[in-house]
Ligand binder design. Structure first.
Ligand SMILES: O=C(O)CCC(=O)C(=O)O
Ligand SMILES: [Fe+2]
Length: 379
């Protein structure tokens, strides 16, 4: 790609604001940069974007169909930066962000991604292969799931320009794999399954997440061996008498997007494998985070409860759309222990609440943790 005309682009751009809760604010100490919205950029679809879309579909959203939608062009001049934030959920379909840096020169301005406390540094400066010094530089890009925290370090010199795309999941009504049967809630789940620190939960979490830790933010999603192991553990637990096995989704979602068709990465792989086996009924629900502390106020453990259990009084209809059969109480029977690598803990943190959103985000669009509830299929 040729060098972009920096002066023209700067003239067309406006200072970047960001969302602090439901407010839109301009605060250069938190974010300093300029931007041009997609509507003012005339970029045609091209082969590069098509092939990028294909590979992101395979790696990040297996068995789903995605589309890339240009969102804006961000311009950072010397001193420009953007502190830790998650991108706002512009729509239910929006599940990832793709950034591609244009061919300009700058110093500093690295992008840092953070998930579950693990940081990954990304230098988006165009690269010239040393063996072909006369060739055009290779542009650099990065894609991450929504709910990933990120920040742009201050640009020390030059101009950094980045095209930002929304990765949207295209809804497919007739898709078989994504279809799930809503669980009938009777509030009497697994009475004999309410030990304090379920060791089996950690077993699942460690099998399921080992590759994730190793690869930080960039995950391998198609780990069939790990998925097989998790299925086996779930079957064993069912045969030992547990009625419902529940565990935290690995990613954050907007409340309305906690459904099979919108699952991301490893959540999608595991869900589809459970459905494909034909042995399970799987349902997904938003969950709320609960912290238990000991007598000294030290945090001891983290639990999740189904959101519709907690909010039963406020929301007469549970989120499954099915009326509750019996009044549900908040009991241990519907709680599950949150594994170390779950994103759910993070969404109740103070900084998260204060500093979320590259644009204002009304409360109903905030991120939620989700839970997968797995029962044995009635034969
Ligand atoms: O420019 C970048 O690398 C990321 C910018 C960003 O995070 C945003 O505008 O939301
Ligand atoms: Fe962002």
């Amino acid at each position: 790609m040729e060098h972009p005309d920096v002066d023209v682009i700067l003239k067309k751009s406006t200072p970047s604001v960001f969302g602090r809760g439901e407010e839109t604010v301009l605060d250069p100490s938190y974010r300093s940069g300029h931007e041009i919205p997609a509507a003012d950029i005339g970029l045609k679809a091209n082969r590069l974007m098509e092939s990028l879309q294909k590979s992101m579909n395979t790696i990040m959203f297996p068995c789903r169909t995605i589309e890339l939608k240009l969102y804006k062009l961000a311009v950072y001049q010397t001193g420009g930066h953007f502190d830790w934030h998650m991108d706002s959920t512009h729509s239910d379909m929006y599940h990832g962000t793709l950034l591609i840096a244009l061919n300009t020169a700058w110093e500093g301005g690295d992008l840092l991604l953070r998930r579950n406390g693990i940081e990954t540094r990304v230098d988006l400066r165009p690269r010239i292969a040393p063996e072909f010094p006369d060739d055009k530089p290779d542009l650099q890009g990065v894609a991450f799931f929504t709910g990933t925290e990120h920040r742009v370090e201050p640009v020390k010199d030059g101009v950094r320009m980045v095209l930002q795309y929304d990765i949207e999941i295209v809804k497919q009504e007739e898709k078989e794999v994504g279809k799930e049967k809503d669980e009938e809630s009777d509030g009497t789940d697994d009475e004999d399954n309410d030990e304090e620190n379920e060791p089996w939960m950690d077993k699942i979490a460690s099998v399921y997440s080992s590759r994730m830790e190793a690869q930080a933010v960039v995950e391998a999603t198609a780990d069939n061996a790990a998925v097989e192991k998790v299925l086996k553990i779930i079957k064993e637990l069912h045969s030992e008498g547990a009625e419902t096995i529940a565990f935290a989704l690995q990613y954050l979602y907007r409340q309305a997007s906690i459904s099979a068709e919108y699952l991301k990465g490893s959540d999608a792989v595991l869900h589809d494998a459970l459905m494909a086996s034909g042995d399970f009924e799987v349902c997904l629900h938003p969950v709320v985070h609960w912290e238990m502390s000991d007598w000294d106020g030290e945090m001891e453990s983290h639990y999740a409860y189904r959101f519709d259990d907690i909010e039963g009084e406020i929301f007469p209809e549970p989120l499954t759309g099915q009326p509750l059969k019996k009044k549900q109480k908040k009991t241990n029977s519907t709680a599950f222990h949150i594994p170390k690598l779950s994103a759910i803990q993070q969404i109740s943190a103070r900084e998260y609440i204060e500093h979320t959103g590259n644009e204002a985000m009304p409360a109903e669009y905030r991120y939620f943790g989700g839970g997968m509830f797995v029962r044995r299929k009635a034969k």
